[in-house]
Design a protein around this ligand. Structure first.
Ligand code: GTP
Ligand code: MG
Length: 195
């Protein structure tokens, strides 16, 4: 996919701030620090467009980006960061559930898990929620560059097993490994999205 244009649209702290342009939207979901913003930058070939940080749990807004004037990317806040106050963690659940259940533009949810670890309890909960509610979604295992190819292969099949047999795409935002495969999944979800 050639990304001719990629621009930040806005940060939304509540539903009334969501953009309303009826374009198919791709949502990026996953625990804090798993690599959502890095993945977006890597897919778009733009270094600092989605802000990355070493301070997990900072982003509390949904950040929207417009790609080639035809697709929207939504970078959701990360979940599961222990040092975030409990009330804020509960807010995450409410915000994400509202977004996922009410967002009509949602064409695909990309759920990120860390390729080095077993999916967490919250990863499994989110995955079950997406399946139960019939939301089109795929799983991406991030930071694949941190493992040997042997270890990566093992971990990917363990993650697939853990998440009810759903296929997993391994990705590295450092090397760009997985980029073509993921763009293919995005493009086919966009093509299937009702006009
Ligand atoms: P929140 O917005 O806090 O939820 O985090 P996030 O999921 O957006 O993670 P972010 O992209 O900010 O990345 C977190 C850290 O992981 C950063 O230090 C990144 O440089 C690093 N990182 C992300 N993806 C990769 C990857 O594929 N490989 C390696 N080696 N590091 C990565
Ligand atoms: Mg982020």
């Amino acid at each position: 996919m050639r990304v001719a244009r990629a621009e930040f649209i806005k940060s939304a702290f509540e539903r009334s701030h969501w953009p309303h342009d009826k374009r198919p939207e791709i949502a990026f979901l996953g625990r804090s620090n798993v690599g959502k913003s890095s993945l977006i930058n890597s897919l778009l070939g733009r270094k600092g467009l989605a802000r990355t940080s070493n301070t997990p749990g900072r982003t509390q807004s949904i950040n929207f980006f417009l790609i080639n004037e035809s697709i929207t990317f939504a970078d959701l806040p990360g979940y599961g960061y222990a040092k975030v106050p409990k009330t804020m963690r509960q807010e995450w659940g409410k915000m994400a559930e509202q977004y996922l259940s009410e967002r009509e533009e949602l064409a695909l949810g990309i759920q990120l898990v860390d390729s080095r670890h077993e999916p967490t309890k919250l990863d499994k909960q989110l995955h079950e929620w997406l399946r139960f509610n019939g939301k089109p979604s795929i799983i991406v295992a991030t930071k694949a560059d941190k493992l040997s190819s042997n270890q990566l292969r093992k971990n990917i099949s363990a993650i697939e097993n853990d998440l009810s047999g759903t296929p997993v795409i391994a990705y590295s935002s450092v090397t760009g490994n997985g980029r073509d495969l993921l763009w293919r999944a995005i493009n086919s979800a966009v093509a299937e999205f009702p006009k």
